[in-house]
Design a protein around this ligand. Structure first.
Ligand code: RB5
Length: 142
């Protein structure tokens, strides 16, 4: 199950992401926000982070205007590895190397076409499982 969260700056792109996930038959839980009315991005980052921490979701997508505030917040939570991606190379590498469990994007930064390719790359790339990457990920929390 995928956890989704955004603020008003990410709301429009999140609607496109949801349509795309529906087309792909990927299940998600939408933690809001639910309109373009101004809200505080940490609220939604924390809802998504908690859903991953409690095991009800295994990955998440967070979108704010830049992707920065929402990823900074998520990365303060234990076990959350949020990767702010602006291209498919980084989306692939962060799954292979960092086993990132949250994709963060900027709704005011990316066009829809690129954002959806980034989503697909992130969701379709497995963690490499290489020992060196496991060691480094363990060191993040240690
Ligand atoms: C909201 O105006 C904006 O600050 C927010 O979406 C995000 O870009 C923060 O990092």
């Amino acid at each position: 199950m995928l956890a989704l969260g955004c603020d008003h700056g990410g709301y429009a792109l999140m609607q496109e992401v949801k349509k795309h996930l529906d087309q792909r038959g990927i299940a998600y839980q939408d933690f809001g926000c639910y309109s373009e009315e101004a809200v505080d991005y940490p609220v939604y980052a924390k809802k998504v982070g908690k859903a991953i921490q409690d095991g009800s979701c295994d990955k998440g997508i967070l979108i704010c205007g830049t992707g920065i505030g929402i990823s900074i917040t998520a990365n303060k939570m234990k076990g959350i590895r949020a990767a702010l991606c602006t291209d498919c190379f980084c989306a692939e590498a962060t799954r292979l190397h960092n086993d990132a469990n949250v994709l963060a994007m900027g709704g005011r930064v990316l066009g829809t076409g690129l954002a959806l390719k980034i989503v697909d790359t992130f969701l379709d790339t497995p963690f490499s499982g290489d020992d060196r990457h496991k060691r480094r990920i363990a060191m993040i929390e240690g």
